[in-house]
Design a protein around this ligand. Structure first.
Ligand SMILES: [Zn+2]
Length: 434
C-alpha cells in the first residue's frame, strides 16, 4: 500500500519545484526565527535571497551534532517554546544530550511520514501492530504510535521490555506487525523457545526493525526464526525520529521521503558530494519542519543512494542499509572496524549466536588489542573441548581475513552478555585511554 501516492510517486522533475520552494521557505524561516542559524548563515555570507532552488542547497553550511550540543538546550529551536507540544531527548555519549522539539504541525508531519513508512512495510488500515520500541524520551515508541494512529491500525503499545508479556500478548492477540530493534527481536526468540513456544508459529508477518545497524545476514536469521518478513526502518531524532525512510517489500534500499527530508551523500572528510551511487555520509535537510528545522544535518551514517525508480512504483530514492557510522566505528591499529562486519562473520558460523561484544584495549607500550566475546550454543560447552576450539579458530581466521588484524576470540555460554531490552545492544567497549 502506498500511503501518499501523490508525494511518493511524483516525477522527480515535478517534485523539484516543491523541494525548491520548501527550501527557500525553510532558509528564510530559520534566518528570521533562530538566532543560532542567523549567525551561522551570516558567517557564511548567506541571505535568504541567496537560495533560489534546491541545487543551491550546496551553498549552505552543515549542521553537526556539535551545533546541537553548543546550542543546548533550545538554541536551535526556530519555534518558541509556547508553540512546542513535545520534546524528545537522546542520550549523548559525551557532553550534553541532544534535544528536539515538535510543534503541532511537526507531529502531523511525523504521523504522515511514519504512516508512509508503515505503508512501505505492507501495513494496511485495520491491521494490528505491536510496538516494542521504548516509549518516552526515545523517539521510537511514539513515532511508531503516531504513524500507526494516522493509518488506522490497532495499536498494542507494549513498549520495550517485559518480554514474557510481549510474547503472551502476541500469541493471544495475533498482531500482524511488529516494531522493535532487530537485536530485541532475536532476543525474544530465545525467550519464546524457553517458554516452550514455537517462534515459527508467531502471528507476526512483518517486522519494522531499526534504531541500530543490522546486516543482511541478520535479516535472514530473523526471517527464518520467526517466519516473517523483516524490513528496515531509518530515522534519527534530530530529523524527526523513525519515519525518515523505510524499505518496501523489494528490499532494495530504504525509500527516503525526500519531499520533506532532502538527502545528500558527502565525503565526510572533504564535505564534497560523492559520485552518484557511491558510499558516503548521509546529510539531511528538513524541508517542512517548524520546531527545529535543520539545514544539511550530518547524520554520520554511511550510505549510498539509488535514484532509479523502484519496482513498487515509488519514485523516491532509496538509501542503502546503513553500513556503518563515521563515529561508531572503532579504529584498531589504523583499521576501521564496524560491528556490522563482525556480525556478518558470526552469522555465517554454525553454533554461534548473533550476540557478541567487542573489547578494545591498550596496554602501555603495546599495540591496541581487539578481543571479541561470542556466545555459542550450550551444547558446545557440554561436548568435548575440541568443538569449542574449532569454532574459536574458525572465527579468528575469518575475522583476520576480513579485518587484516589478529582478534582474540573468547567463547562464552549463552546469555552471558548484556542484552538490550528493546534498547540498543552494547556491542563495543573501548577501554583505551586516548
Ligand atoms: Zn520500493
Amino acid at each position: 500500500m502506498i500511503w501518499n501516492e501523490r508525494m511518493e510517486c511524483m516525477s522527480p522533475e515535478e517534485l523539484k519545484n516543491i523541494q525548491s520552494e520548501r527550501l527557500r521557505e525553510t532558509v528564510k524561516y530559520v534566518y528570521e526565527q533562530c538566532w543560532y542559524y542567523k549567525k551561522k548563515l551570516q558567517a557564511n555570507d548567506i541571505k535568504p535571497e541567496s537560495i533560489k532552488d534546491i541545487d543551491d542547497i550546496k551553498k549552505l553550511p552543515f549542521t553537526t551534532k556539535d551545533d546541537m550540543r553548543d546550542s543546548y538546550p533550545f538554541g536551535l529551536f526556530s519555534a518558541g517554546l509556547n508553540n512546542i507540544v513535545e520534546i524528545h531527548v537522546s542520550s549523548g555519549t559525551t557532553g550534553n544530550p541532544t534535544v528536539v522539539g515538535y510543534t503541532k504541525e511537526d507531529i502531523k508531519l511525523w504521523s504522515e511520514v511514519m504512516a508512509r513508512a508503515l505503508g512501505c512495510a505492507g501495513a494496511k488500515p485495520g491491521d494490528m501492530i505491536q510496538i516494542a520500541y521504548g516509549y518516552g524520551l526515545f523517539t521510537g515508541g511514539l513515532g511508531f504510535h503516531y504513524g500507526a494512529m494516522e493509518m488506522g491500525l490497532t495499536i498494542l503499545p507494549v513498549s520495550a521490555g517485559q518480554t514474557k508479556r510481549q510474547l503472551k500478548l502476541m500469541y493471544d492477540f495475533k498482531p500482524r506487525i511488529l516494531g522493535c530493534t532487530p537485536s530485541y527481536c532475536l532476543y525474544m526468540a530465545e525467550e519464546a523457545k524457553e517458554m516452550g513456544m514455537d517462534p515459527k508459529k508467531s502471528s507476526w508477518e512483518i517486522g519494522s526493525f531499526g534504531a541500530e545497524p543490522w546486516s543482511e545476514s541478520m535479516r535472514r536469521e530473523i526471517e527464518a526464526t520467526w517466519n516473517m518478513m523483516a524490513l528496515d526502518v531509518y530515522g534519527l531524532s534530530e530529523i524527526t525520529g523513525p519515519g525518515v525512510a523505510h524499505e518496501c517489500e523489494h528490499k532494495q534500499g530504504l525509500h527516503i521521503f525526500w519531499d520533506v527530508f532532502y538527502p545528500e551523500v558527502i565525503n565526510s572528510k572533504t564535505g564534497k558530494p560523492v559520485e552518484e551511487g557511491k558510499e558516503g555520509e548521509l546529510v539531511i535537510t528538513t524541508l517542512t519542519k517548524k520546531g527545529i528545522p535543520l539545514l544539511r544535518y550530518r547524520t554520520r551514517d554511511i550510505v549510498s543512494i539509488d535514484y532509479k525508480k523502484c519496482k513498487c512504483g515509488r519514485t523516491s530514492p532509496r538509501i542503502s542499509k546503513i553500513t556503518g557510522r563515521t563515529d561508531d566505528m572503532i579504529i584498531v591499529r589504523g583499521i576501521n572496524v564496524f560491528p556490522s562486519q563482525i556480525e556478518h562473520v558470526l552469522l555465517g558460523i554454525e553454533g554461534t549466536k548473533p550476540h557478541y561484544q567487542l573489547i578494545v584495549d591498550r596496554k602501555a607500550g603495546e599495540l591496541d588489542e581487539l578481543e571479541i566475546l561470542v556466545e555459542v550454543e550450550q551444547k558446545f560447552f557440554s561436548d568435548e573441548i575440541k568443538g569449542l576450539r574449532a569454532i574459536e579458530q574458525k572465527i579468528t581466521k575469518e575475522l583476520e581475513s576480513i579485518l587484516g588484524i589478529f582478534v582474540r576470540v573468547r567463547l562464552v555460554e549463552p546469555k552471558t552478555l548484556e542484552r538490550s531490552e528493546g534498547g540498543k545492544a552494547k556491542r563495543v567497549v573501548d577501554k583505551r585511554v586516548i
